[in-house]
Design a protein. Sequence first.
Length: 209
Amino acid sequence: MDTEFKNMIELHKKYKSGTALEILQEAILSGSISGEITQNEFASSLETSRMPVREALIALEFQGLVEKMPSQHVKIVSFDEKSVREIFNNMAFIEIEILKSLTAEELKNFLSRFDDCQIIFHKSLIENLNSLFTKKTLEILIDIYLAFVLENSMDNNEIKNAFKNLIRALKNSPVDFESVNECYKSYAEILSNEFMKIRKENNLLNAER
């Protein structure tokens, strides 16, 4: 088994309690594990039975974090700048379409509800979707990828400023969605860059251990 994987599991067991899914999510997103591994190796490292690991891997595959391979192997999804940018651009695209569907009064009421909190803003947008598939997609983008960035960013002033610019554009009357698109584009790019920065810094820390 990969030494890097062993070190990551030990670190999480020592400093963080959580389910198999939570530990593996964090490890994959942060870049602490990569390559291929079997369900048995996961279970052994987490000192748990195969059932919670199997359930975790099903969820991780749905979230786009692992890919099932032959012979009970799973492949950890790798992230590069292009794929990460695509993730946050998809989030932006869905959210822009939701915002465009709101009347001026509905948008005004919506913007008054979240008090400039990023996560609440994004989660509240989901309520305006009718398609279960699109709801699930946006939930994953927010709960997994966006949350990872916001929770792990050491200095997210750039993210906060980009978000404030987005809200400012939405509060204009009438709303100029060309300006909103540009703000979302900048916001998504900053989130993408921060995602890759977090992974890079984590890999450097792992290499020093």
